[in-house]
Design a protein around this ligand. Structure first.
Ligand code: SAM
Length: 244
C-alpha cells in the first residue's frame, strides 16, 4: 500500500489533490499510517493519485478507523511516461506480479495481460490485485502516474482492434542471436512478450504479416518471460523513450 522515498511515506489515494484539499483516509490507510508507521497529528507525508502530481500532506486527524490529511504544497507535477503499452502473457502468480511492478518502474503507460495459445494460468489472473501491485510500485518508485492494468484480453482480438499509428515491438524468440532490430520510429508503441511456451506458429505468422509489428531480438539467449519484459522495456526506453 505504501512506499518509502527519502524517508517520507508516499501514499496513493483515490481522491483529488490540491492546495488546502482535505483527504479522508480509509480504515486500512489509517491503520497503516497511525498503527504501523506510528504517525501522529502534524506528520507530513507524500500523496499521489495518478492525476494531480505529488503533494505534501499533513495529518490533521489520526484515528483508529480513519483520519484526515490536508494537502499543503505540490512537490512534483504529474509526469506521464512515454506512450508505451506492455502486452504480456501471464505466467506464475508472483512472476506476473513482478512483470507489473517492473513495467511501472520502467515507465509503461498501460499494461495488458494477454491470452495467447500457450498462455497458462490465465484463469487465475486477478485484475484488481495486479492493479494494486501497480499502485504499490508507483508509490515506491517515486512515480506520479499509475498505469492502468487491463483485464485479460485475447491476442487475436487485441490485434484485430489495433489502433492506427501504434507500432508493436514483437519480441520474437525465433530472432535469437540476431541484432536487436528495433526500428527508429517515433510515436506510440507497444511491446509484446509471449508465454513460457512462446508464440505458436500461427501467432508468429500473423504477427509477422502485420505492418505495424516489428520482430525484435533480445540477444543470443532465451530469456524467461519476466526477464524478457524488463529487457524489452530497457531496450525500448533507451532507444525511443524518456531516458534522455
Ligand atoms: N519456449 C520458447 C522457446 O523455447 O523458444 C521461449 C519463450 S520465452 C520463455 C517467453 C517470451 O520471452 C518469448 O515468447 C519472447 O516474447 C520473449 N523472449 C525471450 N527471449 C527472447 C529473445 N532472445 N529474443 C526475443 N524475445 C525473447
Amino acid at each position: 500500500m505504501v512506499g518509502l522515498m527519502a524517508s517520507k511515506v508516499r501514499l496513493y489515494v483515490d481522491h483529488p489533490l490540491g492546495e488546502g484539499q482535505s483527504v479522508p483516509l480509509s480504515r486500512d490507510q489509517a491503520h497503516y499510517l497511525f498503527g504501523v508507521m506510528r504517525m501522529a497529528d502534524g506528520t507530513v507525508l507524500s500523496l499521489i493519485n495518478g492525476r494531480d502530481g505529488e503533494w505534501d500532506a499533513e495529518v490533521i486527524e489520526a484515528g483508529k478507523k480513519g483520519g484526515i490529511l490536508m494537502c499543503r504544497v505540490q512537490t512534483r507535477p504529474l509526469l506521464m511516461p512515454p506512450d508505451l503499452w506492455l502486452l504480456f502473457a501471464p505466467i506464475r502468480k508472483e512472476r506476473t506480479a513482478f512483470i507489473v511492478e517492473k513495467a511501472v518502474e520502467m515507465g509503461a503507460a498501460r499494461i495488458i495481460p494477454l491470452q495467447t495459445e500457450y498462455t497458462n494460468n490465465a484463469d487465475r489472473i486477478r485484475q484488481d490485485k495486479l492493479q494494486a501491485h501497480a499502485v504499490e510500485a508507483a508509490e515506491q518508485c517515486g512515480g506520479t502516474f499509475v498505469p492502468p492494468v487491463d483485464a485479460l484480453q485475447k491476442l487475436d482480438r487485441v490485434l484485430a482492434d489495433w489502433p492506427a499509428g501504434r507500432q508493436l515491438m514483437f519480441c520474437d524468440e525465433a530472432m535469437i542471436g540476431d541484432p536487436v532490430g528495433l526500428p527508429d520510429i517515433a510515436g506510440p508503441w507497444a511491446i509484446v512478450i509471449g508465454p513460457e511456451g512462446g508464440f505458436s506458429t500461427k501467432e508468429r505468422d500473423r504477427l509477422r504479416a502485420l505492418a505495424f509489428a516489428h520482430p525484435v531480438s533480445l540477444g543470443p539467449r532465451i530469456l524467461r518471460a519476466d526477464t524478457a519484459a524488463v529487457a524489452a522495456l530497457t531496450v525500448w526506453q533507451q532507444a525511443l523513450g524518456d531516458w534522455g
